[in-house]
Design a protein around this ligand. Structure first.
Ligand code: PNS
Length: 164
């Protein structure tokens, strides 16, 4: 039987415990999970794609069936190119729903072979977001309960002098 490959796409600016929870749960369900750092045209990112990829590797590089990649094109094309059967997204409070639903339907139209699967965010991460982490770090707050220690200093060093 062929390998079941899932894609976890996102901006990951930066990766948080919320993303890590979704990645770990996806890795337990699929043969291979590819985390791909992509462009969200609605967001201006604080970290470069390479920086974001390196932070992801520091957090989940220990998971044997997880790879990290960068891609600049359409998610639907990337999924086809990687022969993936699923796109995995974490779903937080209701505010995520409309946007995620629209993306899932669009991706299905562009690539009918790939299914989008939503994993419910764990209750403790319900209100956690990368933008919150950036804002707290840029104002000198404590982000240690939102991101692993492996990337804590990378974020603080980079953002503590800026207000985002
Ligand atoms: O973490 P984010 O910012 O919510 O992730 C959104 C992302 C990067 C997955 C989305 O913007 C995306 O898929 N970008 C790639 C370009 C693309 O395929 N756009 C059409 C989506 S319907």
């Amino acid at each position: 039987m062929s390998e079941k490959i899932a894609i976890c796409p996102g901006s990951f600016d930066p990766i948080t415990y919320g993303h890590i929870d979704i990645i770990q749960r996806a890795a337990a369900m699929f043969d291979k999970v590819i985390i791909v750092v992509m462009t969200n045209m609605n967001k201006k990112c604080a970290f470069s794609k390479e920086e974001r990829k390196n932070m992801i590797l520091k957090c989940v590089g220990n998971l044997k069936n997880v790879e990290v990649d960068l891609y600049d094109g359409l998610l639907a094309d990337y999924a086809q190119f990687k022969n993936a059967c699923a796109i995995i997204k974490g779903l937080r409070a209701m505010s995520d729903f409309e946007y995620e639903f629209q993306m899932a339907l669009t991706n299905k139209k562009l690539n009918p072979k790939v299914e989008t699967l939503f994993l419910t965010t764990s209750a403790e991460n319900m209100y956690l977001s990368s933008s919150m982490v950036r804002q707290i770090a840029s104002m000198g707050g404590d982000i240690s309960s939102f991101v692993p220690s492996a990337i804590h200093d990378d974020i603080v060093k980079r953002l503590s002098s800026k207000e985002l």
